[in-house]
Design a protein around this ligand. Structure first.
Ligand SMILES: *Cc1c(COP(=O)(O)O)cnc(C)c1O
Length: 227
């Protein structure tokens, strides 16, 4: 458990160094600790070391952790695929969802977000390089999807998310350019709100930050191999 806090510090140093090298400020990049398949105790250890944003992939596993750690000030992010029969739980318990790729899921999340909670922050997952996984919408689908999502009252569209194929660092630049293109062509999008590029993981956070990532999702480099 001691290791988790020193590995967390190492990841924060990598982020600081990557920011330095491209002239960005460290506070422009949020570290999301990806705790899927990790024990509740491991999350608690990272929390005690100062980490506040945690990402989970599987809804049921995440709910168990959210309930067990409800006394902590954690911001929970869903980064895995979301089926429509799980949207109510997600709307109630998460602050962010990064993996939206179709309108129906967004509509359900907005309708099911409880009154009294702030709007759910969402990113659209884009399949920019036709990676094997079927998740993510295509670049062509994006404008229509965005225009349909923007009016939904209980969601805030914060940006774009990508899981590129290994070593495809060009995809990070493409996602940053895609954000610029969308801002230039969809006047309802505000650069202050649509400000998130969720990209970069344990092995490639440096090129992602160089390309403009504002949120890196890091699991293994903090927690070690998953169970
Ligand atoms: C598991 C996962 C991560 C973290 O991957 P690591 O290589 O362990 O850092 C990031 N993003 C998503 C969407 C994931 O599923």
């Amino acid at each position: 458990m001691q290791e988790i806090s020193s590995q967390l510090q190492q990841v924060l140093s990598r982020i600081a160094q990557a920011c330095d090298q491209c002239g960005r400020k460290q506070d422009e990049v949020t570290l999301l600790a990806v705790s899927k398949k990790q024990a509740i105790e491991a999350i608690h250890t990272a929390y005690k070391a100062g980490q506040r944003h945690f990402g989970e992939n599987y809804v049921q596993e995440a709910l168990d952790k959210i309930h067990a750690l409800a006394h902590l000030q954690i911001t929970w992010h869903l980064i895995g695929a979301l089926q429509s029969n799980k949207t109510a739980e997600v709307a109630q318990h998460f602050a962010w969802v990064h993996s939206i790729d179709r309108l129906k899921i967004a509509q359900r999340l907005s309708a099911q977000r409880p009154n009294g909670l702030p709007p759910l922050q969402i990113c659209l997952q884009v399949n920019i390089d036709q990676q094997d996984s079927k998740s993510g919408c295509t670049v062509e689908e994006l404008p229509t999807l965005i225009k349909a999502i923007l009016p939904l009252p209980n969601l805030v569209l914060r940006g774009l998310m990508i899981i590129p194929q290994a070593q495809n660092h060009q995809a990070f630049m493409q996602l940053a350019q895609l954000r610029e293109h969308l801002l230039a062509t969809i006047p309802q999008l505000s650069p202050q709100v649509f400000d998130t590029l969720s990209m970069g993981m344990s092995d490639d956070l440096e090129p992602a930050i160089a390309a403009g990532s504002t949120l890196v999702r890091v699991g293994t480099a903090i927690f070690g191999q998953r169970n």
